[in-house]
Write a protein that binds this ligand. Structure first.
Ligand code: CP3
Length: 347
């Protein structure tokens, strides 16, 4: 399938490729979610996992969020943890309470119990959702596919859910490198198949979410994690923009630039101009508004947006986004105000 060959050069894709654009493109991590009443309405009748496994509904949620916000890209509605199913791991989403893995992985023996992965079949609902979404999406809007990065997936798979510090993950992975490499190798291989299949089904861009990588020291990141990120990057067609989001990872930027991503998505902790200097001006940057700014008011949002534009001085290769996902309590009007403001200031 060559869906993306027929796709035009969107403002978003141009920015990924460091080309000048008519306006600064913007989309927001977690742009479809609980802060939006349309999403809440869908979730009233459908459990989160059932929603993720229903391609038509996923497409609807993806398209509705994109349209309501007038953002420059849609991100397919899904979750990074669904891929664990293909290894025979059972993921549930508790309400409230978040994700939980019924059979967490804590030893080489547990890894040996994995089922043989069949990504194409086990995650066919994601590929179907991408196909449906692409068909209905305006041609000047990009469609982003995504996956969790191997280390972040390992965090959830080992702990069995969210954790405040992921100490068990570090204990097991740093204490037993054979276990760590065995797990990361398997997660890397299924991620490669998963991402490439998303591209075949209509994703014109890929984002890798590494939400927990920031807990690692620079030398452990370099030895244990970086080679797998490079392997994933090198498995992808270079004409498809590859976005790497490392959360809390500014201390790793000198290592991270070796991934050779098209775009680095940065959090809010380091100012944009400093981050760009370290990551290199030959790559595009995405981010870095603190998501809590969207809990405040129009005036505060405006001054933060103006500061970001001042720091980048309208340099090409910038995609406006948050430093992490939209927080559930965020007022919709603040999000819409942000998008419209970014478009109007940069036109
Ligand atoms: O960005 C988007 O709009 C696309 C959808 C998307 C979701 N999850 C939907 C979701 C994306 C890109 C993700 C990625 C994801 N999932 C990450 C990486 C980014 C990050 O936030 O760090 C992680 C770590 C997960 C795992 C996960 N999924 C957690 C920890 C939780 C519970 C906490 C939370 O934020 O709600 C989820 C559930 C989840 N994934 C929801 C949504 C909309 C909320 C489900 C609901 O209650 O309706």
């Amino acid at each position: 399938m060559t869906l993306n060959k027929t796709m035009p050069n969107t403002q978003f894709l141009k920015a990924c490729n460091l080309q000048t654009t008519d306006h600064t493109p913007i989309w927001l991590m977690r742009q479809a979610g609980r802060y939006m009443k349309e999403y809440q309405a869908v979730r009233k009748h459908v459990k989160f996992l059932d929603l993720c496994k229903n391609p038509e509904l996923c497409a609807e949620v993806t398209l509705t969020a994109r349209e309501k916000l007038s953002v420059d890209a849609a991100i397919i509605f899904s979750d990074i943890l669904l891929i664990a199913n293909t290894l025979g791991l059972e993921v549930v989403f508790k309400e409230p309470g978040g994700p939980s893995i019924i059979n967490p992985v804590r030893s080489v023996k547990d890894i040996d119990l994995f089922k043989a992965p069949d990504v194409l079949n086990d995650l066919s609902y994601v590929f179907e959702a991408l196909k449906i979404t692409r068909k209905s999406l305006p041609t000047d809007i990009s469609l982003i596919g995504f996956a969790g990065a191997p280390f972040t997936l390992a965090c959830y798979i080992i702990e069995g859910g969210s954790s405040t510090n992921y100490n068990l993950t570090k204990q097991l992975m740093l204490g037993d490198k054979e276990f760590a490499h065995k797990l990361l190798t398997i997660l890397t291989d299924i991620t490669i198949t998963y991402l490439n299949e998303q591209v075949k089904n209509g994703a014109d861009t890929i984002q890798l979410f590494d939400s927990w990588v920031g807990i690692l020291s620079s030398h452990n990141f370099k030895e244990l994690v970086l080679p797998y990120l490079i392997k994933i990057r090198n498995s992808m067609d270079k004409s498809i923009p590859f976005i790497y989001f490392g959360n809390g990872a500014s201390h790793l930027y000198t290592q991270i630039k070796n991934i050779n991503a098209t775009v680095y998505s940065i959090d809010w902790r380091m100012d944009l101009d400093t981050a760009w200097d370290i990551l290199g001006h030959d790559t595009a940057i995405q981010g870095n508004l603190d998501p809590s700014i969207l809990l405040t008011d129009f005036k505060t949002i405006k001054s933060e947006v103006e500061l970001i534009f001042k720091l980048i001085n309208f340099r090409p290769g910038f995609i406006f986004n948050l430093g992490h996902g939209i927080l559930p309590k965020t007022p919709f009007d603040n999000v819409k105000y942000l998008v419209d403001l970014v478009h109007s200031i940069s036109k």
